[in-house]
Design a protein around this ligand. Structure first.
Ligand SMILES: [Fe+2]
Ligand SMILES: [Fe+2]
Length: 230
């Protein structure tokens, strides 16, 4: 059973990170001098941030279910893997909960095919684990390779495209953008740690390694593209 997942309301308005348009938290805005305030984000910037929150929430939900599937199949049969899988799963639950909270706070609608992400991810995790522990680790290696790259793409965009002009003409990142960037950086580092763990636990010995990893990478890329839009 999946733990600690935050339930979401059945329906939610189409979003838009309206509060990011003001770009400062109420507290910091109250304390800020007039010249420290940022000019609003453009509609395109707000739309991209919407997509970031939607796709990352869907991706972390998927990761939560992948590790749940792996844990379900492997934990009792391979006791030496139990703490390893448990540690990675706990981190994915934290990532998932963080983006759940962000999605609710920002009123970003979730991906419309969330049930499919859950089902597909659980099948991917449990299915590869049923082949072998090495195949499960190959699944982790493939997923984390794509997700690490995906987070790096987002970081590049947020760092380069979201420096906002203050009223006094200087530029910088708002407090909320800085916080989002720090969160994504931390999660990217966690995913790359999972990738290293998968290799350490013999992902390269999976059979058929290339077919599994390349197939799963392609599935992940399609899922990311879809979750950003649907
Ligand atoms: Fe994650
Ligand atoms: Fe991960």
């Amino acid at each position: 059973m999946l733990r600690k997942s935050v339930s979401r309301p059945a329906s939610r308005g189409f979003s838009v990170l309206k509060s990011l348009k003001t770009t400062e938290s109420p507290k910091s805005t109250q304390n800020a001098k007039p010249n420290d305030r940022f000019k609003p984000l453009s509609d395109a910037q707000v739309a991209y941030l919407d997509r970031v929150v939607r796709v990352d929430q869907a991706g972390e939900l998927g990761a939560n279910y992948i590790y749940a599937g792996q844990y379900f199949v492997l934990a009792s049969k391979y006791p030496h893997l139990k703490p390893v899988l448990h540690h990675m799963w706990e981190q994915e639950i934290h990532h998932h909960n963080t983006f759940n909270e962000m999605q609710l706070k920002r009123r970003v609608r979730p991906s419309l095919i969330t049930p499919l992400w859950k089902l597909g991810a659980f099948i991917m995790g449990s299915g590869t684990a049923l082949i072998s522990p090495e195949a499960a680790m190959a699944c982790t290696e493939a997923v984390e390779t794509v997700i690490g790259g995906h987070y790096n793409d987002q970081l590049r965009c947020l760092n380069n495209q979201y420096e906002l002009e203050r009223n006094d003409g200087t530029k910088g990142h708002s407090q909320e953008l800085s916080s989002l960037i720090a969160t994504i950086k931390q999660f990217r580092d966690d995913e790359l740690e999972h990738l290293d763990t998968a290799i350490e636990y013999d992902s390269h010995k999976a059979v058929p390694y290339i077919l599994l990893t390349e197939g799963i990478k392609n599935v992940c890329r399609v899922a990311i593209w879809t979750a950003e839009r649907v």
